[in-house]
Write a protein that binds this ligand. Structure first.
Ligand code: AMP
Length: 252
């Protein structure tokens, strides 16, 4: 299974390809989940193109697309929330209160309805993967969690349904995000290991943007690294124009 919110792009297709390689049948869900949007205007502006999405799924050899309505997913009386503590709390959890409760609730429901053997998620949403792995382990969900690498445009910007809302000027400013990640990767390769130094390098590229966070943390716990030898992940969230973008790179 590949859970999505539609407005599909090549990043989603890479997840579908991976699912096809892993399983006999591939189900894609398309559902813009209102529970994970704190901001009603962000939800209202979220792009949608069901016909285009169905074409993409057909070409990718998807066996079944499930695109439920909001009423179908959350009928009157729906009162359950699934909440993961710990790894969901910093970063996106702090900047988008309730977001990961919405994600955990919808993923639990999607798994319960479709009952897939496995599900593929994108590394682009690094913290989301950590939350879903925690959810799956804690509840003993019988669904293998697979993670696919981030697909980027030719200029380095991570593909995202939200990129459609970037005008050309904002898009070129947004390139500071992949540039910051490349700079930190280069520093890591040249032997820089101090969290402070890595964060300074990350921040230097992001000066002109409205940054929510640009941090280097432990990839397992998303908290402070034990020491300079520990692996790391650089996490960035920034708003460009009116579009909020996230990206990351693992340093190991
Ligand atoms: P979304 O439709 O944004 O909820 O994303 C659905 C799935 O696609 C999630 O598992 C995302 O992490 C994944 N995804 C989104 N963008 C990319 C990308 N550029 N590369 C790889 N996976 C992605």
């Amino acid at each position: 299974m590949v859970p999505t919110m539609g407005a599909l792009h090549d990043g989603h297709v890479s997840l579908m390809d991976r699912a096809r390689a892993l399983g006999d049948h591939v189900v894609v869900s398309i559902f813009v989940n209102p529970l994970q949007f704190g901001d009603a205007s962000d939800l209202a502006k979220y792009p949608s193109d069901l016909d285009g999405d169905l074409d993409i799924c057909r070409r990718a050899g998807v066996d079944l697309v499930w695109a439920p309505s909001i009423d179908h997913m959350y009928p009157d009386g729906f009162a359950t929330r699934v909440s993961v503590t710990g790894v969901s709390e910093p970063f996106e959890g702090r900047h988008r209160p309730g977001h990961f409760d919405g994600v955990a609730t919808v993923v639990t429901k999607l798994f319960a309805v479709i009952r897939p053997d496995g599900a593929v998620f994108g590394a682009k949403d690094f913290q989301q993967v950590a939350v879903i792995k925690r959810l799956s382990a804690d509840l003993g969900l019988p669904v293998g969690i697979d993670v696919a690498p981030t697909v980027r445009d030719h200029d380095g910007l991570a593909l995202s349904s939200r990129n459609a809302r970037l005008d050309p000027a904002s898009r070129s400013r947004a390139l500071a995000i992949p540039r910051s990640l490349t700079a930190v990767e280069k520093a890591w390769r040249s032997g820089v290991r101090h969290t402070d130094e890595l964060e300074t390098i990350l921040a230097a590229e992001l000066l002109g943007l409205d940054v929510d966070y640009a941090s280097v943390v432990d990839p397992q716990t998303l908290s402070t690294r034990r020491d300079d030898h520990a692996p790391a992940v650089a996490l960035v969230a920034a708003t460009v124009g009116s579009v909020r973008l996230i990206d990351n790179t693992v340093l190991d």
